[in-house]
Design a protein around this ligand. Structure first.
Ligand code: TXA
Ligand code: MG
Length: 327
């Protein structure tokens, strides 16, 4: 298969290009496209055969449910049973990096929801993504457009690295704005909202604006969200976490973070000036540093309870293949 790349202005995409990409989706093909979080690998969410191709292209286990990307809250109501809280949340936070898990309608094929009775919906804050969904005239099922286990792609070049020859088209809308995936919450029971994956929409912003407390899921609900298992987001060389005091380090390593350890000789480094920049550059940084001649990548553990720190810590611990409990 030849993968065609077409470049668009993210804010004002050429309708000829989104139209063509929409027709590919409509006819059962695969198109990678930009969202505000990371690039997605899209297929018609209502076409089981097309969705099967997503799992195949990524090399992803097919019990892992996908997010249905929509262009409006009312489109979402065709695929999931919206409750009052869902409408409030979509009113406040859509378009944006917040994914809602709700009871699925029958038209959502079992393969799209990984066999679960629920489905996940999200309206991306990226005009190109929405123009594509609109042109495809369906919901677009889209995981991140990387090979399973690899860091998520934040630009079209990273998509091409993993997906060349595996998908029909890449819509190149430049680098994404956020850099980590959406926050996923289960609101099936509005009395007990569950955090399935911290991400681009900070927990405290949702809690404060809506007046709810988001709970940690128990083991059974986490099992129902298989994408939250580690190991994930891993480059081809080991990732080690640096929390204040570095432990034993190999002779040659690369560093990524905000406060490089003084007195340690690092071969390469990527230094960020804010947590937003760190989150934005994290996945791209892993892909860059894995090509350097170093034994491991030392990544700084971001402290702090607000903003993107919880989501970034989640991605970092998964890249390192360790479970770090949040308290
Ligand atoms: O920002 C994002 O969310 C990106 C962009 C492309 O939109 N997409 C993304 O998709 O990260 P993916 O497939 O890599 O992650 C989807 C997450 C997984 O953790 C999955 O287990 C969870 O959402 N999920 C999807 N449907 C679910 C469901 N019905 N119940 C529980 N968890 C679900
Ligand atoms: Mg992913």
């Amino acid at each position: 298969m030849i993968t065609v790349t077409a470049t668009v202005d993210r804010w004002n995409p050429d309708p000829l290009i989104t139209g063509k990409a929409g027709r590919i989706i409509r006819s059962g093909g695969l198109v990678a496209f930009p969202t505000e979080t990371v690039y997605g690998l899209g297929a018609d969410a209502l076409n089981p055969e097309a969705v099967r191709k997503i799992y195949e292209a990524k090399g992803r286990p097919s019990d892992n449910p996908l997010i249905l990307h929509v262009y409006s809250p009312s489109q979402a109501s065709q695929y999931v049973k919206m409750n009052r809280l869902a409408w409030r949340l979509t009113d406040e936070f859509w378009p944006g990096p917040l994914t809602l898990v709700l009871p699925a309608m029958d038209i959502v094929p079992s393969i799209t929801r990984g066999g679960l009775p629920t489905a996940a919906v999200r309206m991306p804050d990226n005009p190109t993504a929405r123009a594509l969904i609109y042109a495809a005239n369906t919901a677009i099922a889209a995981p991140s457009a990387n090979l399973s286990g690899r860091p998520s792609p934040t630009d079209a070049e990273a998509v091409l690295q993993d997906m060349a020859g595996r998908i029909d088209m890449i819509v190149d809308g430049g680098s994404v704005t956020l850099g980590i995936e959406s926050t996923v919450i289960d609101i099936t029971n509005p009395e007990h909202v569950l955090m399935l994956r911290p991400g681009g929409m900070p927990r405290e912003v949702i809690e404060e604006r809506i007046g709810i407390t988001i709970e940690a899921p128990d083991d059974t609900s986490l099992k129902r969200s298989p994408g939250t298992h580690y190991k994930h987001y891993a480059p081809s060389i080991p990732v080690k976490i640096w929390r204040k005091k570095p432990g034993r380090l190999p002779k040659s390593f690369a560093f990524m973070g905000m406060n490089p350890p003084k007195s340690l000789a690092m071969k390469k480094s990527i230094i960020f000036t804010s947590i937003e920049n760190y989150a934005h550059g994290y996945f791209a940084g892993l892909r860059k540093l894995e090509t350097e001649d170093v034994a491991c990548i030392l990544v700084e553990w971001p402290e702090g309870d607000t903003g993107l720190s919880e989501g970034l810590r989640d991605r970092i611990s998964r890249s390192a293949g360790v479970e770090v409990s949040e308290n």
